[in-house]
Design a protein. Structure first.
Length: 317
């Protein structure tokens, strides 16, 4: 039996929430990814970002309970807490408890070195090409879409769509802040997943047109707080990126960009490189030809001009 504290909540539930589509989130099959050469390197990267357990976390959900959750949800983004009603009772929780219920280390992912994508501007379109195959590769490219993306950006985009940045509609388009997510993961930056999820949830409770997202993560905190034991008819199924796309899995891998060097290492390697280049040049370039020998100048022997001067003296006399 469902309960609503206000008439507004009841009207939202019966007038809007019952009509909304509940998005089918998926877990990520990291074992499958580890066995695919074109995406295996992403698994340790996700682990360093604190995301592996979250991606593998499974929680089936009850659609009616999820719809009641959104109809009664209140979020305080400043105090980092939210509350909702399940059946007849209102429950309170914090963002940290929500993270723990979904196997996220809250202190780790919210540390100062974590990127808060909510506060970022969308990536400049001029930067999109770095994530695509080169023009000479022969692949069809369409900047802003999935056609021609390198391996890792393409996989990251698919994973984000079924987990912490869910979206329905055109799957060929890479939307604004998805580029930020791709860039951070490609660079190994931590991402504040909780801030990202909560910001989207706060928008969902006010937007009557959008689908209902984050269902397994919401159900996880409901189960943790309410000891819910009802049926969960919707299954949290595994996702295997590009499983049936043989061409993608078999094409040559585009590796991660090289790790940036520290300034001291860069200077040292630069000096070593210069020395090596100088040595290489000395060995490879031919020695210049020796200068031509100097032409010997003629020097008159002693007394050579004496008869000439004697003749001149007689003429003068």
């Amino acid at each position: 039996m469902l309960f609503f504290k206000t008439q507004v909540q009841q009207d939202v539930f019966f007038g809007h929430m019952l009509k909304k589509t509940v998005f089918s989130h998926q877990t990520i099959d990291l074992a499958y990814m580890s066995n695919q050469a074109v995406m295996a390197d992403l698994v340790p990267r996700f682990e360093s970002m604190g995301l592996n357990n979250f991606f593998q976390h499974r929680c089936d959900w009850n659609e009616t309970i999820i719809r009641q959750f959104y109809a009664t949800l209140e979020i305080d983004l400043v105090e980092e807490k939210f509350w909702w009603t399940t059946r007849k009772r209102t429950y309170y929780t914090t963002f940290a408890q929500f993270a723990a219920a979904n196997e996220l280390d809250y202190e780790f992912i919210t540390a100062e070195d974590s990127a808060n994508i909510v506060l970022e501007n969308p990536m400049n379109e001029d930067d999109y090409p770095m994530f695509y195959k080169s023009a000479r590769s022969g692949f069809r490219r369409s900047f802003g879409k999935t056609h021609g993306l390198k391996h890792h950006p393409a996989v990251i985009n698919k994973i984000a769509r079924v987990t912490f940045m869910p979206t329905s509609g055109n799957k060929d388009k890479v939307r604004s802040l998805y580029w930020n997510v791709i860039s951070h993961i490609m660079n190994g930056d931590k991402i504040n997943i909780i801030a990202l999820i909560m910001d989207q949830m706060a928008e969902l409770r006010l937007n009557l047109e959008m689908n209902l997202y984050f269902t397994p993560y919401i159900m996880s905190i409901i189960k943790a707080k309410t000891n819910f034991r009802g049926p969960c008819e919707c299954k949290h199924t595994p996702f295997r990126p590009f499983k049936n796309e043989t061409a993608f899995l078999q094409r040559p891998l585009t590796p991660f960009p090289p790790e940036p060097e520290s300034e001291s290492e860069g200077d040292q390697s630069e000096n070593e490189g210069d020395a090596a280049n100088m040595g290489g040049d000395a060995q490879q370039q031919p020695m210049p030809p020796p200068p031509p020998p100097m032409q010997q100048q003629w020097v008159p022997p002693a007394g050579y001009f004496d008869p000439y001067f004697a003749s001149m003296q007689q003429n003068m006399n």
